[in-house]
Design a protein around this ligand. Structure first.
Ligand SMILES: [Zn+2]
Ligand SMILES: [Zn+2]
Length: 759
């Protein structure tokens, strides 16, 4: 019997080699029919024997091209047409196509084989790519995603490339960045003044300089990297000095997995992440001793490793023979990553010794993504290159919303239907360059995603630049969202939850509805609203931002809070180590309430305890004290914990009282209990008190689902222990994986809260 079926597919099915895939599948089975792009995906019609058609339908979703992602799949029986062949219908120009643009993809195995094959016409060509790999998001100027609307437009394909591009059976059929030595982008080596250095092979010349200990600025996929030999302590030191980056770890690229295994302990999930087509930086425990200079990640037990993801990277390793290269975003401290050649010469002059550039323009900056495995799952710390603009898939459609995120580690989010498009990492908006990038990213994403937002969602903090920007927007509904509510909503959205949950939102800073600085919040929340169920007792933040940079101030604040001014006489190493005048000054300042706002921040509690334990009195990057304090834990960590009190109340939120913790901590400090034990007891004290709070809320409100969100949950020990403890109590526990737990995931939650605001 001859039948005809129509299959409607939605998801990432355009520009990823889907049509040639379907063509092959149909012709192999001698089926007739057509395939065409539609406004929301692809439609396939096949006609033939019932057996062959059904076999085709079941095979279709099984082995799609690597970049494809099928979200919706619907099949219908339709009347036969008596066609005899299978045809790919061209996209009609006038037809409105809603395409999901793919993220940038690491060089595939086929291209890699050609790259190192002396007989191949693309042997050694640094821009080799195909339908399954190469740049996407970072070269898109406009939609539809076709060559003329990418930065490949100015390169006219040679006859050979053109024939590959036009051949539906070829791996490069409609590969928009398709190019070769004859017709594509080329490398160039520049000195720090932007003057071209004449050389036969710019790549080899750059490699020579790196081996000699120089820092090379290398133009990559989403921006420039600063590259230096990671095993050369002097080169690493120089890079650090020039970048004004005191201790924050550098990411290290290694040529292959085998080399990575030599430097770090790699679990099976991390191994998959390292070799995935997204190629994120993965945080891994160091193996010591090893050849990488200690200055790469001082005082840190983890090293951020990643593998080459462009042909240029592969060639650079082949040329240098290096085992490890520092590959850090080319920027000065917290500024956005550099993308333009001219911009590079201007901004990287103080940082690099030479620049390896090319003439394919990067249209969208996109930093490397950073991930880490904890509690047995991959966790996004910075969701950027390789993942953007692949949407987070929502469980139900929402209006078109623009959510502008938070002040630090900013991302924005645009929603459309069931898609939530999180932007790449934008950075800290207090920096002017980042703020410009923020505006650029909004405009560009709106254009290529074709989203006209009707609502703008923003954080309640009146001084955030993104909030001010939002409040200036005209013709759109404005919805303010409390910071920690957004965190919980973000976690709920990622897990497709509805209704109400118990939410733990733990981080450094977020503006509260009482005007105070929240950060240790337990909420009963849904998308619509939240109720503040419990929080850490308010303490003073002496000196505001200065107290964030100098954890010793928080230690003094907590001591004064619990033990009064007499704390100055405590006989513990921390107090003995302080300058008595500085201590008195700080106590006076708090006494007179000068520049000492109140905070319930969990991050600051970490700072205080880390400082008291002698881990760190001042930090050089965000959360450094907490990270080092967590790193201090030695497994097995035992079960001891510091006690914390819950002060129940019917009137307001319950208060988590830290006094018993500090009493016992002081006792331990007097007895010179080692830091690893203090750290473990502190972490486990939090786990215990949170577990008790969750049980109390469950009893009161009959809720059994717990969401964990906020930057503090990037702490692996805390996340693992708390998840374990809550699961042991039969709670359903949800933590972030696809979206960062920190402020990089905030915009998603803002969008979801705004979507549920009654209108
Ligand atoms: Zn390829
Ligand atoms: Zn060519």
């Amino acid at each position: 019997m001859i039948i005809r079926k129509r299959i409607d597919l939605e998801g990432i099915v355009q520009g990823v080699g889907f049509r040639p895939y379907v063509f092959r599948l149909a012709t192999e089975r001698k089926l007739a029919g057509v395939i065409s792009n539609t406004s929301s995906g692809v439609t396939v019609e096949v006609e033939g024997s019932a057996e062959a058609v059904d076999e085709f339908v079941s095979r279709l979703p099984q082995e799609p091209p690597p970049l494809a992602r099928i979200i919706q799949f619907e099949v219908a029986v339709i009347p036969c047409r008596g066609e005899s062949d299978f045809r790919i219908l061209p996209s009609r120009r006038e037809q409105h196509v809603q395409t999901l643009i793919s993220a940038d993809v690491a060089t595939c195995a086929d291209c890699l084989a050609e790259l190192f094959d002396p007989a191949d016409r693309r042997y050694g060509y640094p821009f080799i790519n195909c339908t399954n790999c190469g740049p996407r998001f970072t070269i898109v100027r406009d939609i539809p995603y076709d060559r003329p609307s990418t930065s490949m437009a100015e390169f006219r394909m040679c006859a050979e490339c053109q024939s590959e591009y036009g051949d539906s059976r070829n791996r490069r059929f409609h590969a928009q960045p398709n190019a070769c030595w004859c017709c594509g982008p080329q490398l160039e080596l520049l000195d720090i003044n932007g003057i071209r250095i004449e050389c036969a092979d710019p790549l080899a010349a750059t490699a020579e300089r790196i081996i000699a200990g120089q820092v090379a600025a290398v133009k990559g996929l989403g921006g420039f990297h600063l590259a230096a030999d990671a095993t050369n302590a002097e080169a690493v030191r120089r890079l650090r000095e020039r970048k004004h980056r005191v201790e924050k770890p550098f990411a290290v690229m290694v040529p292959n997995l085998a080399t990575a295994e030599g430097f770090c302990q790699i679990d099976p999930i991390s191994r998959q992440l390292l070799t995935s087509m997204q190629r994120p930086i993965v945080l891994l425990p160091w193996k010591r001793p090893n050849a990488i200079a200690a200055g790469v990640a001082p005082g840190n037990n983890y090293l951020g490793l990643f593998l080459p993801y462009t042909p240029l990277h592969h060639l650079l390793f082949a040329e240098t023979g290096a085992r490890a290269l520092v590959m850090t975003s080319a920027n000065l401290s917290e500024e956005p990553i550099v993308i333009g050649n001219g911009e590079a010469v201007e901004r990287l002059k103080p940082l690099a010794d030479c620049l390896l550039v090319h003439n394919r323009e990067i249209l969208l900056r996109c930093d490397d993504s950073v991930m880490r495995v904890s509690a047995g799952r991959p966790r996004q710390l910075r969701r950027s290159r390789g993942f953007v603009p692949v949407p987070v898939f929502l469980h139900r459609a929402v209006p078109s919303i623009l959510a502008v995120g938070g002040e630090l580690k900013n991302t924005i989010c645009l929603t459309k239907g069931k898609y939530a498009f999180l932007s790449q990492h934008i950075g800290d908006l207090e920096n002017f360059e980042s703020y410009r990038f923020f505006e650029e990213a909004i405009a560009h994403l709106r254009k290529i995603l074709e989203i006209e937002p009707v609502v703008v969602a923003y954080d309640l903090h009146p001084d955030y630049f993104c909030t001010r920007w939002a409040l200036e927007q005209q013709g759109m509904e404005l919805v303010g969202v409390q910071h920690h509510h957004a965190h919980i909503a973000s976690c709920m959205a990622e897990h497709h939850l509805e209704g109400r949950v118990i939410g733990f939102a733990l981080d450094g800073t977020g503006y509260g509805t009482d005007g105070r600085i929240w950060g240790g919040e337990v909420m009963v929340a849904g998308y619509e609203d939240f109720h503040r169920a419990a929080h850490f007792d308010y303490v003073k933040l002496p000196g505001g931002a200065a107290a964030i940079r100098e954890p010793w101030r928080m230690a003094v604040s907590y001591l004064a809070h619990h033990f009064g001014a007499e704390c100055a006489g405590l006989d513990i190493p921390f107090v003995r180590g302080l300058d008595p005048r500085k201590l008195q000054l700080l106590l006076n300042m708090m006494e007179r309430n000068l520049n000492s706002p109140l905070t319930s921040s969990c991050g600051r509690l970490f700072d205080a305890v880390a400082a008291l334990a002698g881990v760190r009195q001042a930090v050089n990057y965000e959360a450094q004290a907490a990270i080092e304090f967590e790193n201090a834990i030695a497994e097995p960590a035992g079960e001891d914990f510091y006690p914390l009190n819950i002060k129940l109340s019917d009137a307001g939120p319950w208060i988590i009282d830290t006094k018993p913790l500090f009493v016992e901590l002081l006792d331990d400090l007097c007895r010179q209990v080692p830091v690893p034990i203090i750290s473990a007891k502190f972490h486990q004290g939090l786990v215990e008190v949170f577990a008790r709070i969750a049980q109390q809320i469950r009893e009161r409100d009959q809720l059994n689902r717990v969401c964990l969100s906020g930057g503090t949950f990037q702490n692996r020990f805390l996340l693992e222990r708390l998840q374990q403890r809550l699961s042991g109590l039969s709670f359903e526990v949800f933590a972030h994986s696809e979206v960062p737990a920190g402020d990089g995931g905030l915009s998603l939650g803002q969008a979801l809260v705004a979507a549920h605001r009654p209108r």
